[in-house]
Ligand binder design. Structure first.
Ligand SMILES: [Zn+2]
Length: 418
């Protein structure tokens, strides 16, 4: 059973951001080219196909569309040439003339995406939009969760994968209701009932172990049911320790059986987000503990974290997904003076304009240029990668994530040493 994908939060953040950008792009006609190459497919083979597509596109009637399609294919081929072989997870390239305003303002844009997980699709297509569905698929939930509903009358076992529910098994306890037969003493009745319940719990646990432990990608289990029985079962020694350690949540449902399962499915989104957020919350809580106890093993704020990153002292970098900051590298083309700025996404354009009309503080020439502007998460991640620090992108969907952003500026670090 695997725990949460730890290294993937940065890759997933990048993919989400790239997708958001790609999905806003629209061509004037069916002239945006999308290409997907599955792992293992030789680049040379794809090149041959593209050459063929290029000659086929000569038949396109509209002059403008033909010109744009051919230019896009050309761009894709240029980018493809930079790869000796297809990356282990495959490759996606998008190119097309994107209108910037009135007709004639189109600018050729190219995007290369190396998927964080293997993409098995081989595809070439031309449309008014980029074809992003295979990448969107990667962001969807694919993990399997075990569901166990239990009360004193029986237990229901099922799996939940995405939104798909599969009932595995149902058992009944055979324990009579709470009404004792005439002549039986109340104490004896209770003792007997307890013993029967204990036997049933053991049986229910054995079934759970058999059914759930063999599932390969099981992310964890959810226990549900009406009343307190489910808590007694979860606390006791009935489940294999692997399952016990991976109880994601214990839910109240009104029923066991199919109706109870439906209640769990209705809460599935909550459960799945819960798993993702668990790791984030643990990390931020650990950070807060270090700060609160003044251990010296944590720090925050852009400047301080950057300094520690450069020293190689950072073990884990925590950055808020909602930072919205850019790092702008400015250089003077006459005296090579360099300066770097942190700017909000909203200010970015105005800042870039302003720089062009600003004099160099060293030589006074009006020759400042922007070398590059990048998302600060990528820039800090580059620094982190150089020194082997882990990067965790934290959503703001938890109280802890919100706190990281609001109280600590959204940039923090756990350090290797004091
Ligand atoms: Zn200068």
């Amino acid at each position: 059973m695997s725990s949460i994908d730890r290294e993937n939060s940065l890759l997933m953040y990048r993919l989400k951001r790239q997708l958001e950008e790609l999905m806003t792009k629209e061509g004037r006609g069916t002239e945006l080219v999308s290409l997907y190459i599955p792992p293992g497919r030789p680049i040379s083979e794809v090149m041959n196909n593209l050459r063929q597509e290029y000659s086929t596109s000569a038949n396109i009637k509209s002059d403008r569309t033909r010109k744009n399609v051919q230019a896009a294919i050309d761009r894709v081929m240029q980018r493809l040439k930079l790869f000796r072989e297809t990356p282990p997870t495959g490759l996606a390239i998008f190119a097309g003339a994107i209108p910037q305003g009135e007709p004639g303002s189109e600018r050729m844009e190219t995007y290369v995406v190396i998927p964080p997980e293997p993409i098995g699709i081989s595809y070439y297509g031309c449309d008014a939009h980029f074809f992003t569905a295979p990448l969107e698929e990667l962001l969807k939930e694919k993990d399997t969760y075990g569901i166990l509903l239990i009360d004193s009358s029986g237990a229901t076992y099922a799996t939940l994968k995405g939104r798909r529910l599969e009932v595995l098994h149902e058992i009944t306890s055979g324990i009579p209701g709470k009404h004792r037969a005439g002549g039986q003493s109340a104490r004896r009745f209770e003792r007997l009932r307890e013993m029967e319940l204990n036997d049933f719990f053991h049986r229910a646990g054995r079934h759970a172990n058999e059914l759930f432990l063999s599932i390969k990608d099981l992310k964890g289990i959810v226990i549900g049911g009406p009343g307190p029985t489910k808590y007694d079962f979860a606390k006791g020694d009935y489940l294999n320790y692997v399952l016990k350690e991976n109880i994601i949540t214990i839910l109240d449902t009104s029923y066991i059986g199919e109706q109870g399962l439906r209640e769990v499915v209705a809460k599935a989104g909550e459960i799945i987000r819960g798993v993702r957020h668990l790791r984030e919350r643990e990390l931020v809580q650990y950070f807060l503990f270090q700060i609160g106890h003044d251990t010296g093993l944590a720090t925050y704020g852009e400047g301080e974290v950057r300094e520690q990153l450069e020293k190689g002292a950072v073990k884990t970098l925590l950055v808020s997904e909602a930072l919205g900051l850019f790092r702008v590298f400015v250089r003077c083309s006459s005296c090579d003076y360099r300066e770097t700025f942190t700017v909000t996404k909203r200010e970015l354009q105005a800042f870039e304009m302003k720089i062009q009309s600003t004099q160099c503080p060293k030589c006074n020439a009006s020759s400042l240029t922007i070398e590059r502007s990048i998302d600060i998460i990528d820039e800090l991640a580059e620094l982190a990668e150089k020194t082997g620090a882990q990067v965790e992108v934290i959503s703001k969907e938890t109280e802890e994530g919100e706190m990281l952003l609001k109280s600590f500026g959204g940039i923090a670090a756990l350090l290797r040493y004091v």
